[in-house]
Design a binder for this molecule. Structure first.
Ligand code: SR1
Ligand code: MG
Length: 407
C-alpha cells in the first residue's frame, strides 16, 4: 500500500520500495541498504545494495520540480520517456546503455543497472584519465541511435508514431530557454556569469546582434526539425566510462530533434575538458582530448556514410547527392550546437564543474577561450566538414587569447 500513491522517496523509502517491488533481483534473505547518490540537476538517484548477495541496482525517481530549482516544473512523464528510450537504445546500440528492469508510472521511477564500477566521464576527465575506446563507442552510439530513427531509414508512418510518443514539451522548453535564448541576453535575469567576465560577456555576447540572430535561427530549427530521436542532453555528465566500457545514461530530454544537437553536445563537453586540462597544464591529456575531438567527428561521419549506404532504401533519399546534402546540414548543426553548449554552460544557469572548479585568472582565460570559439562555431557553422576543423577553431581561440591589463 505504501507505494500506491506518488510521493518523493527518501533513502529508507527507496530501500523499502526495492524490498517490495524488486523481489526478482533481491531474493530472500536480503539486507538492503540505500544511498542517494544523485548530483544532477533534476532527479533523485538511489543506489540499493544487498549486503548478503552483493547485488545492487539503481532506482531513479523524478519529482514534480527540478532539483536545481523549483522554478522548473517538470512532467514526471520524463521517467516514462527515459525508460522507453533506454530500451530502444539498447536495441539500436547494444551494450552502450544500462539495462532497465522496470518502470513504475505511479511512483515515477525506473529500476536499472548499477554502474558503480564505471565513473561519470566529466569527473574522470577532470582527473586527467583517458579512455581509448571513447571515440569509437560514442560515434557508434550516435550513428546507430540517430540515423536509424530518421525517416530516411524508418517507414514514414512508423516514424511519425514515434514522434508522437516522444513529444517532450516541458524538457524541450528548458533547452529552448537555457541553451538557445538566455545565454545571448540576460532578459530573464537568471544568468550566472563569473564576475570578472561580466563586462566581457556583455560586450562580446549580449551586445552581438549577429550572434543573437544566428542563435534565433538555430532555436527555431531545434523546435521544428524532427529529424531523429535525439538523446537531448548528451554531455559528459550523461556518460559513464571505464577503460573497456562506455554507457550513455539519462535520455530524459529525448525527443525528435536535430541530429547535430547530440553530436555538438559531445564535442563541446570534450572542449570543456580540454580547457580544464590546459588550466592544469596537463599537456598529454590535452593531446589525447584533441585526438578524441577529431576522431569523434571523423568516425561519426565515416560510420554515418557507411550506415546510410546499408540502411537507406527510401526512394528520394537515394538520389545521388542527397546523402552529402543531408550530412552537410548535420555538420552545420553540430558546429552551431557546439557553440551554443559552450556559451550556455558558462553564461547560463546550469554550469559544468570543468569550468567552475577553476578560479581567478585561470577561469577568466578558460571561459573566454570557450566563448571566443563558441562565437566562431555559431557564426561560421557552415565551415565545418571534419574533426580537424573543430579543433582548429579552439586552437585559434586559445592562441588568440590576450590577457588584459586588469587581470
Ligand atoms: C533545469 S535543468 C538544467 C540542465 O540540467 C540538465 O542536465 C540539462 O542539461 C538542463 O539544461
Ligand atoms: Mg541529466
Amino acid at each position: 500500500m505504501k507505494f500506491s500513491t506518488y510521493f518523493t522517496m527518501n533513502e529508507e523509502d527507496a530501500a523499502d520500495y526495492a524490498k517490495e517491488k524488486c523481489k526478482s533481483i533481491f531474493s530472500e534473505p536480503s539486507r538492503l541498504s540505500c544511498k542517494e547518490i544523485g548530483d544532477g540537476n533534476l532527479n533523485y538517484i538511489f543506489r540499493i545494495f544487498d549486503e548478503i548477495s552483493g547485488h545492487s541496482i539503481i532506482i531513479k525517481q523524478s519529482g514534480p520540480v527540478a532539483r536545481i530549482s523549483d522554478e522548473f516544473k517538470l512532467s514526471p512523464d520524463r521517467n516514462r520517456i527515459e525508460y522507453e528510450i533506454l530500451k530502444l537504445e539498447d536495441e539500436l546500440a547494444q551494450g552502450l546503455v544500462p539495462k532497465v528492469y522496470a518502470y513504475d508510472p505511479i511512483m515515477n521511477c525506473t529500476v536499472m543497472d548499477d554502474l558503480s564500477d564505471h565513473q561519470i566521464m566529466r569527473k574522470a576527465l577532470m582527473e586527467f584519465k583517458i579512455f581509448p575506446r571513447f571515440a569509437q563507442d560514442i560515434s557508434d552510439f550516435m550513428v546507430k541511435t540517430l540515423l536509424l530513427t530518421t525517416d530516411v531509414v524508418l517507414e514514414h508512418k512508423h516514424k511519425k508514431e514515434l514522434v508522437k510518443n516522444f513529444i517532450n514539451p516541458q524538457l524541450c522548453e528548458i533547452t529552448e530557454d537555457l541553451v538557445y535564448t538566455e545565454p545571448f541576453s540576460d532578459f530573464k535575469n537568471r544568468n550566472d556569469v563569473f564576475e570578472p567576465n561580466k563586462v566581457w560577456v556583455k560586450e562580446h555576447i549580449y551586445d552581438s546582434i549577429p550572434l543573437r540572430l544566428e542563435t534565433a535561427k538555430l532555436k527555431f530549427e531545434f523546435m521544428n526539425h524532427a529529424q531523429a530521436l535525439i538523446h537531448g542532453d548528451l554531455h559528459t555528465g550523461s556518460i559513464f566510462v571505464k577503460e573497456d566500457s562506455t554507457k550513455v545514461i539519462d535520455p530524459e530530454f529525448a525527443f525528435f530533434g536535430p541530429i547535430g544537437y547530440d553530436v555538438g553536445n559531445v564535442i563541446a563537453n570534450l572542449i570543456f575538458a580540454w580547457v580544464h586540462s590546459d588550466a592544469h597544464q596537463q599537456a598529454d591529456h590535452m593531446q589525447w582530448l584533441e585526438e578524441t575531438i577529431i576522431k569523434t567527428v571523423d568516425l561519426f561521419i565515416d560510420k554515418f556514410n557507411r550506415m546510410w549506404d546499408l540502411h537507406v532504401s527510401e526512394f528520394s533519399a537515394k538520389t545521388p547527392g542527397f546523402k552529402e546534402y543531408y550530412l552537410d546540414s548535420v555538420m552545420r548543426d553540430t558546429a552551431g550546437v557546439t557553440g551554443l553548449e559552450l556559451c550556455r554552460r558558462i553564461i547560463g544557469l546550469a554550469h559544468v564543474k570543468d569550468i567552475t572548479s577553476l578560479s581567478g585568472n585561470v577561469r577568466v582565460r578558460a571561459e573566454r577561450i570557450c566563448l571566443s570559439g563558441a562565437k566562431e562555431f555559431i557564426l561560421q557553422r557552415d565551415q565545418y566538414g571534419c574533426g580537424a576543423d573543430f579543433l582548429a577553431t579552439m586552437k585559434k581561440a586559445m592562441a588568440g587569447y590576450v590577457r588584459e591589463d586588469h587581470e
